[in-house]
Design a protein around this ligand. Structure first.
Ligand code: PMP
Length: 346
């Protein structure tokens, strides 16, 4: 394979188990079905859809609906095939030839992957021992290396850690590069960097329909930033990126976001319930502002869950095993806790 670029030769494709049975708590998805009204709307829409035509390349209807939901202009919005596409788009627009990209560690696995694909050099600043952000460490690295792009996963996947608006502002002030605040889990968290896009032209906030809006299968994400930055990213974006189905369903979701509020509230309550119950089993559980929980647990407990077809995410950090459990429905969480209680009481 001599024709391949050197840096691709050692890379591995992204892998995720496609689980179709049991209790799936491994991918931070929303465990609840979408509202019935959404199904009814999409059934009606299918009879009028024009699949023989290209979709609107700018996803204008969706852009407008998103802008309205956040009291912004459509020119402040860019839509992507999941926020994954936008992460790549941002790096394609910014880095080349070993330019630095800074990310926390541990954090979302696609930051290193997309940095490598786009010929950047990754710098990482480890989270502190309690998995909170090391803000002085980030600022020091920024001042020394001036990375072109800084990823702040907020709240962080896989640890659930958050930053304050003051900290994000300090980071953006120290940075000459672009600060990407990835708020994929933002709806489960009380703090959003969104107000900062009016002050900082080097901040973009990324959001997704995959988590709170239960639309992981439709693959829709969006970025919110000042007009000049969005215009630049639009020159990099693939034409017709969002298909007609995804544009329609995401537009409906954001226009009817009030229907998702009780679902989000329920997930937050279940997160608190899991946190309490897992701690009662003697496990080390870290604070989470997301729809998942990061914890330490014996490997055998993980195997007991797997045996019971309760699937969670196993991860390695500094040579030690950690686990990430997506908050499920009340019933799913009860099954998870029953398996763990049985395991610890034997
Ligand atoms: N950012 C973070 C932090 C994530 O965890 C994910 C999904 N796992 C994404 C971005 C990508 O989400 P999507 O492409 O589904 O919008």
């Amino acid at each position: 394979m001599k024709f391949l670029r050197d840096r691709f030769k050692t890379m591995k494709p992204y892998h995720s188990d496609y689980i179709t049975e049991g209790i799936k708590l491994d991918a931070n998805e929303n465990p609840y079905p979408v509202p019935e009204e959404m199904i009814v709307h999409m059934q009606k829409w299918i009879s009028t859809m024009q699949v023989s035509r290209y979709p609107d390349t700018d996803s204008k209807g969706l852009m407008q609906a998103i802008a309205k939901a956040y009291d912004l202009k459509p020119q402040n919005v860019i839509c992507g095939v999941g926020s994954d596409e936008l992460l790549d788009c941002i790096l394609r627009a910014t880095i080349e030839n070993g330019d630095y990209v800074l990310a926390p560690y541990p954090s979302f696995s696609m930051y290193p992957q997309f940095t490598m694909l786009n010929a950047g050099a990754l710098l990482q600043v480890a989270l502190k021992e309690d998995f909170s952000y090391d803000v002085p460490g980030l600022i020091e690295k920024i001042s020394k290396k001036q990375p072109k792009v800084i990823f702040l996963c907020h709240p962080n996947n896989p640890t659930g850690s958050v930053l304050s608006l003051e900290d994000i502002s300090k980071i953006a002030e120290a940075a000459q590069g672009l600060v990407v605040v990835d708020e994929a889990y933002g709806e489960f968290c009380e703090i959003s960097a969104l107000p900062l896009i009016n002050t900082f032209n080097n901040i973009i906030v990324l959001k997704t329909f995959s988590k709170a809006y239960a639309l992981a299968g439709a693959r829709v994400g969006y970025g919110l930033a000042c007009e000049a930055l969005i215009e630049l990213l639009n020159t990099v974006k693939v034409p017709y990126n969002l298909n007609i189905f995804s544009q329609e369903i995401a537009t409906w979701a954001i226009e009817n976001k009030v229907l998702f509020e009780p679902i989000i509230e329920n997930i937050k309550q279940q997160r608190a319930y899991l946190d309490t119950e897992l701690k009662a089993l003697g496990l080390t559980v870290y604070p989470s502002a997301t729809n998942f929980i990061w914890l330490k647990m014996p490997k055998e407990a993980y195997l007991a869950l797997e045996e019971a077809k309760v699937y969670i995410r196993k991860m390695q950090y500094e040579g030690k095993p950690y686990y990430r459990i997506t908050v499920g429905t009340e019933d799913e969480n009860k099954v998870l806790l029953k398996v763990l209680t049985d395991y610890f009481n034997v």
